[in-house]
Design a protein around this ligand. Structure first.
Ligand SMILES: Cc1cc2nc3c(=O)[nH]c(=O)nc-3n(C[C@H](O)[C@H](O)[C@H](O)COP(=O)(O)OP(=O)(O)OC[C@H]3O[C@@H](n4cnc5c(N)ncnc54)[C@H](O)[C@@H]3O)c2cc1C
Length: 390
């Protein structure tokens, strides 16, 4: 039997679930979310879930600041515990990064975020394990932190369900057809139809686009995360550190169990099929990251490797997402290409996309994220150029 809806969302990661909740919250009719596996089984499950506002593209900054406010007050604003932990964010960089860092700080300050340039002594008071002799500039942002990606996705899904959204798990979309105003969605669990479809399948969104001849400009790469342990607990109160002096632009943050979690802000290893991705992390990656970490925190020369995993980044040509209507396709919307930003932006991206779909003016602007910017030569670029900090 064919099931009908006013709006169908494809993908049950943090973006799909936030959008589902926000649609229901903003008065959508019958909303159905289709997820091929279980909720939070895609890129969101692998996320380091860092929430910071050090962005210089105004739209990114606006979304990052308001999304952080939502994370920090999630129970009151949305409902549920997302494991929010405010740690602050230390950025260490070469002297050449002083000007862009100060420019971004000024923008952050204008949005109520407290930032400061620190002396090495001040930075060591916040994080005593750091070795900072070779660093040109140290910046600090007090409000940043991290949350739990699984708890966040499930909190959105639970609130969405409570507001009437139907979520079908183990329901893979295998076909998508356009019939005038209506779209038919074929799945492993039968047919669904709706005038509106939102494609939010993360790195797998290509496959959906190809079903209806839509090419989305993003590529997928593999990003590795490792956790390391030393003989003393890595304190949960120590700030997240972003090390712009390293070729991989590594970042690290505390994790439960007294370990440090280390990820990279580089492009990652290109992959054609996100389904080919395995969790395996090669030992040469562990050794290389271990060397970079030991340089920044000499006590880690004695560290041992605890665990590692890989996850997919969906990266557009300017490292910023594509969010909104797909031109030429009535009732078709997309949210993809979040690279390493998607978790922290998910609260307000879900809200603004939902409002746009419902024909309401979005509380926060998303016009900059239009798909058309690539064909119109309007790539988004920030104070540090194009890349993971933009
Ligand atoms: C290693 C790593 C570290 C990261 N760290 C951070 C960070 O610190 N801070 C930050 O802000 N961001 C970070 N990110 C990025 C962030 O996690 C992602 O941008 C975000 O989680 C993407 O969410 P999504 O909902 O778009 O995609 P996904 O979580 O991938 O969800 C897509 C869903 O669609 C489903 N799906 C796919 N195909 C179909 C189909 N045919 N039918 C039905 N369902 C389908 C999938 O099963 C999946 O559940 C990180 C990402 C990785 C990989």
């Amino acid at each position: 039997m064919t099931q009908t809806a006013d709006i169908i969302i494809i993908g049950g990661g943090v973006i799909g679930c936030s959008t589902a909740y926000n649609l229901a919250e903003h008065g959508a009719g019958k909303v159905i979310l289709l997820e091929r596996g279980s909720l939070c089984s895609g890129g969101t499950a692998k996320s380091c879930a860092i929430v910071r506002t050090h962005y210089s593209i105004p739209t990114n900054l606006i979304h990052a600041v308001e999304s952080l406010n939502i994370f920090a007050n999630f129970n009151e604003r949305i409902g549920g515990d997302v494991g929010w932990r405010q740690t602050g964010y230390l950025i260490v960089g070469p002297e050449a990064h002083r000007d862009p860092m100060l420019a971004v700080f000024q923008m952050q300050n204008a949005h109520g975020i407290d930032t400061a340039v620190l002396t090495p002594e001040e930075a060591l008071e916040k994080h005593p394990l750091l070795h900072l002799d070779d660093v040109g500039v140290i910046g600090y942002d007090t409000q940043a932190g991290y949350a739990d990606p699984y708890l966040t996705t499930m909190a959105y899904a639970q609130r969405a369900r409570a507001l009437g959204v139907t979520i079908h798990q183990d329901t893979a979309v295998t076909g998508l057809q356009l019939h005038g105003g209506y779209k038919t969605v074929q799945t492993t669990q039968g047919l669904f139809t709706s005038p509106v479809v939102i494609m939010a399948a993360g790195p797998w969104t290509h496959t959906l686009g190809q079903m209806i001849g839509v090419q989305l400009p993003y590529e997928v790469s593999r990003h590795k995360v490792i956790t390391l342990k030393i003989n003393q607990p890595y304190q949960l109160t120590w700030p997240i550190v972003k090390d712009l002096t390293t070729p991989d632009k590594i970042y690290f943050r505390p994790e439960t169990g007294g370990v440090v979690l280390v990820g990279t802000g580089d492009h990652g290893d290109p992959i054609v099929d996100p389904d080919s991705l395995t969790d395996h992390v090669e030992l040469d990656h562990v050794s290389r990251i271990d060397a970079l970490i030991s340089h920044r925190m000499p006590l880690f020369a004695e560290a041992h490797y605890v665990a590692g995993w890989s996850g997919p980044y969906d990266i557009t040509p300017d490292w910023n997402p594509i969010v909104g209507h797909v031109p030429g396709y009535d009732g078709l919307y997309v949210a993809v290409g979040f690279s390493g930003h998607g978790f922290k932006l998910s609260p307000t991206i879900g809200e603004s996309l939902a409002q746009t779909v419902l024909g309401q003016p979005p509380r926060l602007p998303i016009a900059d994220y239009a798909l058309s910017r690539f064909s119109e030569g309007r790539k988004l670029s920030g104070a540090y150029g194009i890349g993971s900090i933009s």
